[in-house]
Design a protein around this ligand. Structure first.
Ligand code: NAD
Length: 253
């Protein structure tokens, strides 16, 4: 067993692949769906995962069976909650190496029916939230000599369909924020990536559209594997943007 681990560690090191062992990883929206799959994947790679969510009890259920993981109550749309969450992590884990901006919501309504409050909630969660988390962690990552941020974007940041104007605006904005911070943070040894995901079999779609054809969607664990791929690139390499689609994607040609 030990021999196998050593061989794989050696071959990993030979390719320059970075290890996630003992890295402190903050995953927002970690309580279900893609966030849950990312928590499981990165904990399995040896990371110390902080599964952060407004649904705290669900986050606890996700973190409990994972080695080195714990749950954190955090509302990405609320600046005091973001600041308190980071303080909690610095107090307990002592550092933050990786941020996965994954929490997201959609309110699917025609523009006439979408209230100003609905619009603000989607933008606050999907765009202002990632901005506030980046703003909170970047100075720490700089002090630590580097870090990584992965922003979970969507094909909704590349094209548009009806009844999702707030979601599209938030995700096009998040793609822009991601590229802007990639440029700004790279000289400080912080890697920023926009991961553009296609449709996934998560409650995000399955709860709202029970009749959806699940064969057109991908397993969120596949997207979680792509997150790990991004995070384990050699030190000298950064992936600013990566698109991961189901073979049968309907929102992309
Ligand atoms: P999901 O609804 O299954 O899970 C989202 C999680 O985020 C939930 O646990 C929820 O409690 C949490 N959350 C919501 N608001 C929050 C807040 N203010 N603070 C903290 N946590 C909050 O969704 P999912 O499908 O796993 O989506 C994850 C990400 O992937 C989202 O950013 C979504 O936009 C994106 N995405 C999803 C799909 C898809 O088809 N499911 C496709 C492309 C991109």
């Amino acid at each position: 067993m030990n021999v196998r681990v050593n061989i794989s560690e050696e071959s990993r090191a030979a390719t320059g692949e970075q290890s996630l062992r003992d890295k402190v990883v903050l995953v927002t929206g970690g309580a279900r769906g893609l966030g849950e799959a990312v928590c499981a994947n990165l904990a399995e790679a040896g990371a110390r995962v902080v599964c952060a969510d407004v649904r705290f009890e669900l986050a606890e259920q996700v973190a409990e069976p994972l080695d080195g993981a714990r749950a954190l109550r955090l509302d990405v749309s609320d600046w005091p909650s973001v600041q308190a969450g980071l303080e909690d992590i610095l107090g307990n884990e002592g550092r933050v190496d990786v941020l996965i901006n994954n929490a997201g919501i959609d309110i699917t309504l025609p523009v006439d029916e979408l209230s100003v409050e609905d619009w603000q909630r989607v933008i606050a969660t999907n765009l202002t939230g990632p901005f506030m988390l980046c703003k909170a962690v970047l100075p720490r990552m700089r002090e630590q000599g580097g870090g990584q941020i992965v922003n979970i974007v969507s094909t909704a940041a590349k094209r548009t369909w009806p009844n999702a104007c707030a979601y599209h605006s938030s995700k096009w904005g998040l793609l822009g924020l991601s590229h802007a911070l990639h440029v700004e943070a790279r000289p400080q040894r912080v890697k920023v990536t926009a991961l553009v995901a296609g449709g996934m079999r998560t409650p995000f779609l399955l709860d709202r559209f029970p009749d959806i054809d699940v064969s057109t969607l991908q397993d969120p664990r596949s997207v979680a594997r792509s997150v790990r791929f991004v995070l384990t690139q050699p030190e000298e390499t950064v992936i600013p943007e990566l698109m991961v689609l189901p073979m049968t994607e309907t929102s992309w040609p």
